[in-house]
Design a protein around this ligand. Structure first.
Ligand code: AMP
Length: 190
C-alpha cells in the first residue's frame, strides 16, 4: 500500500502534482477542495454554508472534513491513497493519525511544495480566470494564505519533525513537468 500526503500553500501546484502522481501510481486522489466544490453544487443548506466559508478563504470545520476523508479512506482506498488538501489543522492530523494507526497503515511519502508568495499571487489570479473559482480573488487569496501560515504550516512542520525519513520539500516555482519528474525520481529510488 502506498500512502502519500501533499502539503503546500494555496496555488503551489499540489493539486496538479497530486493528480499526475495519482495517474502515475494508479492510486486514488482525494482532493478535499474538489469534494467540497462538488458538494456546493448540490444547492442544499450545507452547500450554502460551505460556499460562504470557502468564498471567504477560511477553513471549513474539522468535523465536516474528517467525515469526508474517513468516508473516502474506508470506501475507495484499499490499495493506497494520495491526500491533497488534508490534513490542514492539527486536529485533522490527529484524526488521520488515529485512523492510520488503527488500520495499521504507514505513511509512505509526504511532499511539501514550497513557493514564494509573489509567484503564488500571479498563479492564483491566472487560475481564477481559467477555472472561474470565486475563492481566487486577491483579498480571498490573502485570507487563504494567512490560514495556511497560521494553521496548515504548523501541521506540515509537525510532520516534518516526526517523519524526517519520508518528508520531502519540493520547490514549487519550477515548471510543472520538472516538479513531477523530481517527485517520480523520489518515488522510484525507494
Ligand atoms: P483547496 O482546493 O484545497 O485549496 O481548498 C479550497 C477550500 O476548501 C479551502 O480554502 C477551504 O475553505 C476548504 N478546504 C479544503 N480542504 C480543507 C481542509 N482539509 N480543512 C478545512 N477546509 C478545507
Amino acid at each position: 500500500m502506498t500512502s502519500i500526503i501533499f502539503f503546500g500553500p494555496p496555488g503551489a501546484g499540489k493539486g496538479t502534482q497530486a493528480k499526475k502522481i495519482s495517474t502515475f501510481l494508479n492510486l486514488p486522489h482525494i482532493s478535499t477542495g474538489d469534494v467540497l466544490r462538488s458538494k456546493i453544487k448540490q444547492n442544499d443548506q450545507l452547500a450554502l454554508e460551505l460556499k460562504k466559508i470557502m468564498t471567504s478563504g477560511k477553513l471549513v470545520s474539522d468535523e465536516i472534513l474528517n467525515k469526508i476523508v474517513l468516508d473516502k479512506l474506508l470506501n475507495d482506498c484499499r490499495s493506497g491513497f494520495i491526500l491533497d488538501g488534508y490534513p490542514r489543522t492539527l486536529h485533522q492530523s490527529q484524526f488521520l493519525n488515529d485512523f492510520l494507526e488503527q488500520s495499521k497503515i504507514k505513511l509512505s511519502y509526504i511532499f511539501n511544495i514550497d513557493i514564494d508568495f509573489k509567484i503564488l499571487e500571479e498563479r492564483i489570479l491566472k487560475r481564477s480566470k481559467e477555472e472561474n473559482r470565486d475563492d481566487d480573488d486577491i483579498d480571498v487569496i490573502k485570507v487563504r494564505y494567512q490560514a495556511y501560515l497560521d494553521t496548515t504550516q504548523k501541521v506540515s512542520d509537525h510532520y516534518m519533525e516526526n517523519n524526517k525519513d519520508i518528508f520531502y520539500n519540493i520547490h514549487g516555482d519550477d515548471k510543472i513537468d520538472e516538479i513531477t519528474n523530481k517527485i517520480i525520481k523520489i518515488l522510484k529510488n525507494d
